[in-house]
Design a protein around this ligand. Structure first.
Ligand code: DX5
Ligand code: ZN
Length: 217
């Protein structure tokens, strides 16, 4: 299970996104938080900025859609250049169709669960996905405290993935830092999103290396 570190540009300087992408050399993916002020009480960026950013960096884009009507918008983010598109289970009317559309357009399909959404109803959908994202904060803002109460869900999801013999990646997002990443890795996560723990430091590339070392154990 290879560890991947995905810095979240939510904590970067939005007026210098291309430079901020260069500052995390060595990162596996750049995590792009798309918020619509409806699904979450915050507004960030959309398709045009993803398009520009995908031209400005060689790091593949991991787009996390915190938006309503995800079925309609998800395929457009693949066309904009995302290598992975995550829609929220709570905002998607037809997750199987949407995941298939994302894959058919050539990107990895991923589904996210808010803290109060259980994994169990989605067990049979797992083969349709390339990644499952377990939120470890309520989505909407960077810099929130990691929710320890999500560790059992991470563990149960890893067990389901193993039980079905799937290759699915298991991502955690929210409050991931030097002091919480080991717990997430131990519970079974292998893809780690970190915003403030990377861009809130003087040397983002060094923070990525440090998080990777800690997750690898
Ligand atoms: C929160 C976003 C996260 C956010 C994480 O809703 O989905 O990706 O950037 O920020 P930190 O790592 O600071 O909790
Ligand atoms: Zn995110």
């Amino acid at each position: 299970m290879a560890v991947q570190i995905n810095p979240s540009i939510l904590s970067a300087d939005f007026s210098r996104l291309a430079e901020e992408a260069k500052a995390v050399e060595g990162a596996d993916w750049l995590h792009v938080d798309v918020m619509d002020n409806h699904f979450v009480p915050n507004l960030t960026l959309g398709v045009p900025i993803v398009e520009s950013l995908s031209r400005a960096t060689d790091i593949p884009l991991d787009c996390h859609l915190m938006i309503e009507d995800a079925d309609r918008w998800a395929p457009q983010y693949v066309e904009a250049g995302a290598g992975s598109v995550t829609f929220h289970a709570e905002a998607c009317a037809a997750p199987v169709r949407t995941a298939r559309e994302i894959r058919a357009k050539g990107a990895r399909a991923s589904m996210a669960l808010k803290p109060a959404t259980p994994i169990e109803p989605y067990e049979d959908l797992l083969p349709e996905l390339d990644m499952l994202l377990i939120m470890t904060v309520e989505p909407g803002f960077g810099g929130q405290a990691f929710l320890d109460i999500m560790l059992p869900k991470i563990r149960r999801t890893r067990e389901l993935i193993s039980k079905h013999g799937l290759e699915l990646w298991l991502q955690v997002d929210g409050g991931v830092s030097a002091s919480t990443i080991e717990r997430c890795a131990e519970a079974g996560a292998d893809v780690f999103v970190a915003g403030s723990a990377v861009y809130g430091t003087d040397d983002p590339a060094a923070a990525v290396r440090m998080l990777r070392d800690q997750a690898t154990g």
